[in-house]
Ligand binder design. Sequence first.
Ligand SMILES: Nc1nc2c(ncn2[C@@H]2O[C@H](COP(=O)(O)OP(=O)(O)OP(=O)(O)O)[C@@H](O)[C@H]2O)c(=O)[nH]1
Ligand SMILES: [Mg+2]
Length: 247
Amino acid sequence: MLRSPGYHQQERLSHTHSRKDLAGTGKADHRQEPPAVRGPAFPYFSQRDAKFLFTATKPEQYKRLSNPEFTFAGRSNVGKSSLISAVLRSQSLVKTSKKPGHTSTLNFFGLTSSTYPESAITVVDMPGYGFRSRDDWGQFIMEYLSTRKELKRVFLLVEAKVGELKTTDLSFLELVEHHNVPTQLLLTKTDKLKRTDLNIVSGKVLRAAMDVAPTAVVPEVICCSYKTKVGVDAIQEAILRASGVAI
Ligand SMILES: Nc1nc2c(ncn2[C@@H]2O[C@H](COP(=O)(O)OP(=O)(O)OP(=O)(O)O)[C@@H](O)[C@H]2O)c(=O)[nH]1
Ligand SMILES: [Mg+2]
């Protein structure tokens, strides 16, 4: 059972769009604030350095870790690696590229410091599905999602400007529903969209995801941008709350 208890009881985060918002007046908060990542999770993340743990292209290569694991998934070029580098506050460690299909292995990262030499959480960067993805990637994803006991939550990234879930996203959601993996939508590159459009897109995407994966999908979208750093604090907070780390 991979579901984290009580995830649905999360407090409302800034830059998030909950199911309640969608049914209501559309007064969700999507302010594009200046690049300041100073939410309640900031002390935890700022006191630790990102550390590359290992890389994997097949299940035998990913080691067992006792820490809760958070995996960033989504179509190629949606901004997974960029967002991880912002969340972990390490631009040099996580490689990004303008070209889709850049990340080609499953890359595992931890957070450590001299005071806390053992990382308490793991963040995983997935290769994108869709454009230029490997033929056997679907099988690899399936094995990872179905067997990885450490997996606490998947963040499924959808580019705000695309404005909808593609067939590959829907297939991915069917998988997480089948394997009962809590999955939270991140609407990315929100700097490219007007706030009013963002409200509409958040609602549309969340409803579509919940139709396919009503049990797995966390009923709250985080709107984020690597460029402006909006929503990075909300992702950090979601990670710590789902891990049971006190903040
Ligand atoms: N405008 C804007 N561009 C972004 C943002 N996040 C990422 N990008 C750009 O989008 C491109 C792809 O970013 P990556 O982080 O490498 O995307 P990815 O999902 O890891 O891609 P793959 O590894 O190929 O699957 C890069 O050129 C980034 O600079 C954002 O928030 N806003
Ligand atoms: Mg990448």
